[in-house]
Design a protein around this ligand. Structure first.
Ligand code: ADP
Length: 271
């Protein structure tokens, strides 16, 4: 195809004998491009809050300090921007930690129901301003083998997104249930929804449907990239169903092998 990148080398051995080596480096080139884009994105994301901070610090020249209004505004913006940078750096660290850990080691018997009960309380406090109806339907016996912190971050990212991207007074349903021997987690909202052309790109790093608006919600565009990685390390995938203006549903299923109490093909069946 036209997109193929080939590398040629001609080696001479003997007087009239040559060896032509052709190497397909298409994938290497693509990886290199992804790496470059990533660095460019990170730099941009870190520079934006830094520029804002700098602007406000310049405004806070000593002669302006007595003006309470300027000081208060500057203080709140600077606090927001610092939090944003901190959030971004935290998520980058999570992503790189997940990528660096080649070996997957599952913790046994992870109390996912307790994790979700805690998340339910956090969701209600996060929701205070938005006044959504949030309901959690948790199977209290459904424990799994998983990487505890990673599973927690997948749950939390999906629930937080539903709260963030649903206009005030929305309806959000979270469930953790056993289905066909699998552990299925689902978050459904009746929020803004996502057009099909965006859905397939949502798990790309820094991808946001509406860049400008996502900034005001404090997002980094890394949440779903983290969820995708986490799920691939749990033999699972993120499923997204969404319809603009009607809402979205994000779900994943952990396979029977990871569900505590499920018999798997490899285990001897009890009589
Ligand atoms: P962010 O930090 O921007 O929230 P994510 O990776 O978590 O990054 O999500 C990527 C984008 O997917 C968001 O910016 C938003 O446009 C879209 N999105 C995620 N969850 C939802 C949802 N429940 N409803 C509508 N859009 C969503």
């Amino acid at each position: 195809t036209e997109d193929l990148t080939l590398e040629y080398r001609v080696l001479q051995y003997g007087e009239k004998q040559y060896l032509l080596i052709i190497r397909d480096i298409t994938q290497l080139k693509q990886l290199e491009q992804i790496r470059k884009d990533f660095v460019a994105n990170v730099s941009h994301e870190l520079r934006t809050p830094l520029t804002v901070l700098q602007g406000y610090l310049e405004m806070m020249e000593p002669e302006h300090l007595p003006q309470q209004a300027i000081w208060q505004k500057a203080h709140s913006v600077m606090l927001d921007q610092t939090k944003r940078m901190d959030n971004l750096v935290q998520q980058l660290l999570t992503l790189s930690r997940i990528e660096a850990a080649a070996k997957v080691h599952y913790d046994e018997n992870v109390d996912a129901p307790a994790m979700l009960t805690l998340l339910e309380q956090e969701a209600h406090s996060l929701n205070r301003e938005k006044q959504h109806q949030i309901s959690f339907d948790i199977d209290l016996d459904l424990r799994v083998n998983a990487i505890t912190e990673e599973l927690r971050s997948a749950f939390s990212n999906l629930v937080t997104n539903a709260i963030k991207y649903t206009p005030d007074g929305g309806d959000i349903k979270v469930s953790w249930r056993r289905e066909h021997h699998k552990a299925v987690f689902t978050v459904t909202d009746n929020g803004e929804g996502i057009a099909p052309q965006h859905v397939k790109r949502l798990t790309e790093r820094f991808y946001r449907v509406d860049q400008a608006r996502a900034r005001t919600t404090g997002g980094t565009g890394l949440g779903l990239a983290i969820v995708k990685h986490v799920l691939s390390r749990h033999q699972s995938r993120l499923m997204i169903f969404s319809e603009p203006k009607r809402g979205s549903s994000f779900s994943f299923a952990l396979p029977p092998e990871l569900v505590v109490g499920e018999l798997t093909a490899n285990q001897p069946k009890l009589p």
